[in-house]
Design a binder for this molecule. Sequence first.
Ligand code: HEC
Length: 238
Amino acid sequence: MKNFLTLSLLLLSLTANASEGVKLNDADIDLGDKISLLRGAKHFVTHCLGCHSIKHMRYLRIAKDMEVDEKVILNDIAPLGAGIYDPIHSAMNKHDAEKWFGTQPPDLSLIARSRGQDWLYSYLKSYYIDPKRPFGVNNLVFQDTAMPNPFWELQGEQHAVPRKTIYGEYIELAQHEPGTLTEKEFDIMVNDLVNFLVYVGEPVQLERQQMGKYVLFFLLVFFVIGYLLKKEYWKDVH
Ligand code: HEC
């Protein structure tokens, strides 16, 4: 028991240290909200597909899971020229990526599982101005990331402000230049995008949720039938 406790404490401190002590914001994930997932897919294609692929997901699968016509996906979400059977594949050339970023933008098919939804949500919101970095920005959640801020225009610019409390020092991000979106609009946008990436990590979850509803429905129906039968059988006994 003692060992178990020590192990849990150790694990707790490890997870707490995962983002170097930065407090993560909670993403509001709802895989049943298909409109949010579709908006997230659109944001991905507009802002991320230039560099990142999601090779485990096809446009057709999104159409099926979201129960929308294939044409809607091709016209409103997929990039020009993409086919409905295509995987979500970035046109970024590996060689160019190495040259520009010194590393390759990873495939994001499983990113929500490996990094976690709150990490992703916080990461995308935590860029701040840092003239020492190649793209002039750094990130509080992922220090010295090679990825430029995809949302600098929409979110505006943030400054890192060191704060002191009795518990120690920490860094707070403060708005420096406003973006084209309000803070609330921007939060919803990033949340939709993370919702989509969580769905991409496990599209089966949607089916499972649907299945759960059917199972509950049948249980209810059989409960009612069972109850009526019981009443019927015991009628004569009483
Ligand atoms: C201009 C190219 C570019 C764009 C656009 C871009 N990224 Fe990146 N991204 C990168 C590069 C390069 C890295 C690798 C960073 C590193 O390892 O330091 C990266 C890393 C990441 C990581 C961290 C992966 C990991 O676990 O190490 C996530 C998450 C991510 N990107 C998500 C996104 C999302 C979501 C978008 C769209 C909103 C996006 N990126 C847009 C280039 C880009």
